[in-house]
Each structure stands twice: as structure tokens, then as C-alpha cells.
Design a protein around this ligand. Structure first.
Ligand SMILES: [Zn+2]
Ligand SMILES: [Zn+2]
Length: 640
């Protein structure tokens, strides 16, 4: 693990086949086994909701916004007048209309109690003899019950959300179309359905507050490279109101970089410049706006050889589940703002307001946009979804072609990891377990990751770090013994990736708003789906919690991800870091413990070469022990 101030890299593992063998061990494969923090109530609630019969009048009618709606900037307040017109099946006496402003990321909950507080909502109807009663039982969803008489087709309600002095606070993340959901229980049985075309409102970025400069991590001497410049608001939202010059300076000198670039108002803070570094070395570019917003790029390592590093964010969400923005906005941000090389939008299969596994139109939109943005050699997009299983833990599924199905985690056919893998077998697909040590739900490691389909695991994201209890920024609600290092102790052979798991519409830059995110460095021999698949399968990947730190790592001359025979003599370990901040320390971890460590000396670079003692002499064996039949790793010299 490389720690730089709050910046962390997770070293990739080289699995060593010792004489004793460290094959995957199945602690228990009993069907009764579940995640140590399984959310069984959530799982059954989703199943009950799915099974609940919808009356034809549920979800009937249409809703729209009265008048022109100007964008409101994040952190500001809005006032929205929503008109609802009853559908052909009417709404019975005792039925209800619901108002649910996007429940994600900061919208005021609607309320009818206090005009001086945010979210105050006034409801009214011109339908004679109809009495409305409005209340908010959970602070999030406004329920308007229909009294007096039934509502008939064409009659209208008006809801003014943000009607009081405090208005309604909008989402903290910018997006073109945040939903003000309207739902209808037409027959009064308490079961509602949402209007899929509920009104949308625009949320604009805040004022310019930060600048992100991104270079590729590896270049050849004399090769033109793209510098991506993004002026963003404080939460990393793009689309800021900005025009002016950004001055550029390179360190060390010797690289050909324009002294400035000018961004017009139509650029909304985004630009590119071409740079050439004729000589080998490590370069960074500092950018500064006229108003003094400054930032430094990641390092570009210019060398004749050196494997290319492609940056990926393989896990994130759009407003089609519980995230922000459209799939198109997500992919555009990944390419044009975060300058990612590889991205996957992985919306939840069955989580959010409208569920992807019940909405073929939404899944088609994701498939089409993913295919449209894929541009081999420039920008690789992967089709994916999140298998949001509350019993065994979450995994995301990545497809390496334009086609792929949603295999829903609540479908009895695919609701265990082995069933999911069985359904994917034979396809160009991978699964990735995430927030495995805790967070919303921990992974059930009793199912060994499938050897064909799960070669890497996500060690860090906005939820925190799942590597080990002693890692910086550990995940919340952590379950002792369920970290990735514990999984390695079971004999599982996994490469490490970081992912944003962004819900803010900022793939690749989720750490800007959250303080911790994740990206994956992929050492692929080309920028296309097949090369990315091969690199992930071979574990030629490493994780960071957001910054694009360059890591070179080898054991006995073997590259990261390799499986090697224990050589029977001391073996050399090579680590080279080019950081984005002065390096504090590098630790090399083997079998859960630090076996070599080197402090930084205030510089951004650090090289560590060390000999590890004979790997064969440190016999490693797996013993059952601890509470609950958990496996632990015992080191016993000389005993196999
Ligand atoms: Zn998840
Ligand atoms: Zn997720």
C-alpha cells in the first residue's frame, strides 16, 4: 500500500504457489450461508413489492410542470408547480397521488406543516366535492389522499413544491433532468405505481472552484499526448459558467506545452491541449485560471518501453437507478471531464425508483449509449449492471460485447453467486465483488470467487476501503474477518481494482465530492474491449482511491498478477511509485503482514527494491479456526 497524505495505492498481489499449495478452499458451500451483514428484510421487502398486484388505475395519468423551468444551481432553492391529470381509470375514493422528488442526493423532502421550512408543498384541485389530505409519513414522500368523491379522467391536482419562503433545496449534483416523481394508487389498496414520464427539472453546476488536469500516465518520447483541462465546481460538477485563460506550466522543463489555453463561454470550463515530451522522464503540468484556481496534473512517465496504463472506473450509477444524470451524461463526463480510458455504467438491477430489471426500455437505453460511446483506441465502454444482492453481497457484472442481459439478483434463477456465474459461463463477462468488507452489505466469501469469471475484486470506492481493518479510510459498518486480505487468506486469487461507485454522475472523479473514491489502473496491451478483458483476467491491474498514481511492481522479475513457483531462494521485489503528492511510505504486504517498508523522503517518486526471504522456507498452510468456522492463515516455518 502506498500512502501519500490521504492518497493510497493498493499493491497488486503476486500469488505464490508454495509447496503446500494455496488452492481456493470452500469453507462451506451450504445454501444457508449468507453475508455476515445480510439485509434479509430488504430482500423480502423487494420481493413482496414485486409480487404486489397493480390495478390498471395504479400509475395512471400524466404530470407536467407549469410554465418554463429555469435551471437552479446546486445548493440553491427552487419552486416547482406540478400539474397532475387523472388517467382513464380514475382514482377511487381513498386512493392517493404521491409526490417524490428524487430521493437521492439532497432534494428537500416535501412537507405540508411549516411554510418557513424547505420543501413546503401546497396541494389543490379544482374538482368540486373532492377533498385532499396531504401528509409526509417518512419525510421523503408526500401522500395526497382522495376524499369526498372519486376523481375521474381529466380532472387535475396542482402541487406547488417549494411554495414557502425557504423554497425547496435542489440536488447537490448537477444534472439535466432530475425527476420529480409522481405516483398513483388508483384503487386505494396502498399499492402505487410511478408515472415513468414524471416531470424533470434541470440542476446547474455551482461556481467554478477547482481545476482538474489529466495526462495519460505513459507516453513515448516525442509522442503527442492529450492534456484534458476541466474547470469544475466544488463538488466536481461540470458545466460551470467560466470563460477565460488557463495558464500552463510544466515541470521539469523540456516538454512542449502551450503556455495557456483559452476557454470560451460555450466550453463550460472544458478544454484540451496537445503536449509533446521529447525526452524520457516524469512530467507534471500545473494549470491556473486568471482568478487563481490552480491544480496539478497526474504524472506522465515518458519512456521508450514501459507498459501502457489505462485508467478505468468500472462501477457507477446514473439516474436510471439511484445515481445522477442520464447514461449519456455519465459517459460524456467519463470521457471529456475525467479523461478515463475505460468506463462501465453499472446501474442497479432492482434498486431505485423504476427498476432496471422491470424496464426493458431503460436497459435498451444503457445498451445503446454504451455501444455508441465505445471507440477502440480512444475510449472503451463496457456494458454492465449491478447485481444488488442483499443476501450474499453486491457484485457488478461487466460484459465485453454490445449485448448482455440483466440477470436480476431477486430472480430465483440468479439470486446466488453460483447461479449468477452459471448463467454467465461461456460469455465474455466478468463479475466484481464490491464493498466486500461492509458498507451497505458485505460479501459472503463462503462462495469462492469463480475462477473463470471473477479475477479481480474492488478494494476501494466511495464507501471506503475493504482491503483490511488497518487500511486508511476503512469502510463503514466493517465486518471483522471479511476484508479482502481475509479473502486472500482463504486462498482466493484476486487482482485489485478501485471504482468510484459514483452516484454523483462523476465517474473517475468520485473522490472529489466524497474524499474517497476509486479507479483501476489497467496494464493492457491495447485500448479495446478484448485487451481490457485479457488484462483483467490476468490481474494486470491495481487500485487507487482516486488519484492517478503510477505503480510498477514485480516479484522476481514477474509482473503484477503473475502466479509463480516459489524459487527456493530469496526473491527480489521491485516497487516504483510516481505519485501525485509527496510519498509518505510504501508497505509491501505478504500473507496479511508488512514484509518490507520504506518511508518517503518528501519527493513524489520512490523506488524500493528488497529481497524477500525464501518463499518456500515460510511454509503457509490454511487451518480452520476462529469463530464461525472462519478460515485463518497460519505461518509455520518448516511445516507443510
Ligand atoms: Zn453495491
Ligand atoms: Zn454500486
Amino acid at each position: 500500500m502506498v500512502k501519500q497524505r490521504s492518497i493510497v495505492v493498493f499493491l497488486t498481489a503476486v500469488s505464490v504457489l508454495s509447496g503446500c499449495g494455496l488452492g481456493p478452499s470452500v469453507a462451506s458451500n451450504t445454501p444457508n450461508s449468507v453475508s455476515p451483514s445480510a439485509k434479509l428484510e430488504t430482500a423480502s421487502m423487494l420481493l413482496e413489492d414485486l409480487a404486489a398486484p397493480r390495478h390498471p388505475s395504479d400509475g395512471g395519468g400524466r404530470a407536467w410542470l407549469a410554465g418554463e423551468v429555469a435551471p437552479v444551481a446546486v445548493g440553491r432553492i427552487g419552486r416547482y408547480e406540478i400539474v397532475f391529470e387523472v388517467g382513464p381509470h380514475g382514482i377511487t375514493l381513498g386512493g392517493a397521488v404521491y409526490l417524490l422528488p428524487s430521493p437521492f442526493w439532497g432534494w428537500s423532502g416535501p412537507q405540508t406543516d411549516n411554510p418557513d421550512l424547505p420543501g413546503y408543498t401546497v396541494v389543490d384541485t379544482s374538482a368540486d366535492g373532492v377533498e385532499l389530505e396531504a401528509f409526509t409519513p417518512d419525510g421523503q414522500i408526500l401522500i395526497i389522499t382522495i376524499g369526498g368523491r372519486a376523481l375521474v379522467h381529466g380532472e387535475r391536482l396542482v402541487m406547488i413544491y417549494g411554495a414557502g419562503t425557504a423554497g425547496a433545496a435542489v440536488d447537490r449534483y448537477a444534472e439535466r433532468a432530475s425527476r420529480l416523481w409522481v405516483a398513483v394508487d388508483g384503487d386505494g389498496d396502498g399499492i402505487r405505481a410511478v408515472l415513468p414520464d414524471s416531470p424533470v427539472v434541470p440542476v446547474a453546476a455551482g461556481p467554478p472552484a477547482r481545476i482538474v488536469l489529466t495526462l495519460p500516465s505513459v507516453a513515448r518520447p516525442g509522442e503527442p499526448v492529450r492534456l484534458t483541462v476541466a474547470v469544475l465546481d466544488s463538488a466536481g460538477n461540470a458545466g460551470v459558467d467560466f470563460a477565460g485563460e488557463v495558464s500552463l506550466a510544466v515541470t521539469p522543463s523540456g516538454a512542449q506545452v502551450p503556455s495557456s489555453i483559452t476557454l470560451g463561454p460555450e466550453a463550460r470550463g472544458l478544454g484540451e491541449a496537445e503536449c509533446v515530451c521529447p525526452e524520457t522522464g516524469s512530467y507534471r503540468i500545473v494549470g491556473r485560471t486568471e482568478s487563481g484556481i490552480a491544480g496539478a496534473s497526474n504524472p506522465v512517465i515518458v519512456s521508450q518501453d514501459g507498459t501502457r496504463i489505462f485508467w478505468a472506473d468500472l462501477h457507477g450509477h446514473s439516474a436510471l437507478s439511484d445515481g445522477t444524470g442520464t447514461p449519456e451524461d455519465f459517459l460524456t463526463y467519463a470521457r471529456n471531464v475525467a479523461a478515463l480510458d475505460v468506463v462501465a455504467l453499472t446501474d442497479h438491477d432492482h434498486w431505485g425508483v423504476v427498476f432496471l430489471d422491470q424496464a426493458p426500455k431503460l436497459w435498451r437505453e444503457i445498451r445503446e449509449q454504451t455501444a455508441r460511446f465505445n471507440q477502440p483506441g480512444r475510449f472503451v465502454t463496457l456494458l454492465g449492471f449491478e447485481w444488488t444482492n442483499w443476501v450474499h453481497g453486491h457484485r457488478h457484472v461487466l460484459y465485453f460485447s454490445d449485448d448482455g442481459e440483466i440477470l436480476s439478483s431477486i430472480d430465483p434463477e440468479y439470486d446466488t453467486p453460483p447461479e449468477l456465474w452459471a448463467a454467465l459461463r461461456g460469455q465474455r463477462a466478468l463479475t466484481v465483488a464490491h464493498h466486500s468488507a461492509g458498507g451497505p452489505v458485505a460479501i459472503n466469501w463462503d462462495f469462492p470467487p469463480d475462477a473463470e469469471l471473477e479475477s479481480v475484486t474492488e478494494v476501494v470506492s466511495v464507501h471506503g476501503c475493504s482491503e483490511a481493518a488497518d487500511s486508511p479510510q476503512p469502510i463503514y459498518s466493517a465486518v471483522e474477518g471479511n476484508f479482502v486480505r481475509d479473502a486472500l487468506d482463504r486462498g482466493y486469487r484476486l487482482g485489485f481494482v478501485g471504482s468510484g461507485d459514483s452516484h454523483d454522475g462523476h465517474p473517475g472523479l468520485a473522490h472529489l465530492a466524497s474524499g474517497i473514491g476509486g479507479v483501476a489502473a489497467i496494464l493492457a496491451d491495447g485500448l479495446n474491449r478484448e485487451a481490457v478483458y485479457r488484462a483483467l483476467k490476468a490481474r494486470r491491474v491495481y487500485a487507487t482511491n482516486g488519484p492517478r498514481i503510477v505503480l510498477r511492481f514485480a516479484v522476481g522479475g514477474h509482473t503484477m498478477g503473475s502466479i509463480i513457483e516459489a524459487p527456493g531462494e530469496p526473491v527480489s521485489v521491485f516497487v516504483r511509485i510516481d505519485g501525485t503528492a509527496p510519498i509518505e511510505r510504501v508497505d509491501v504486504i505478504r500473507s496479511g503482514g508488512i514484509v518490507a517498508s520504506s518511508p518517503g523522503d518528501g519527493r513524489y517518486e520512490l523506488t524500493l527494491t528488497t529481497d524477500l526471504e525464501d518463499l518456500k522456507a515460510r511454509r503457509v498452510r490454511l487451518c480452520a479456526g476462529g469463530a464461525g468456522g472462519r478460515w485463518r492463515c497460519v505461518v509455520e516455518p518448516g511445516v507443510c
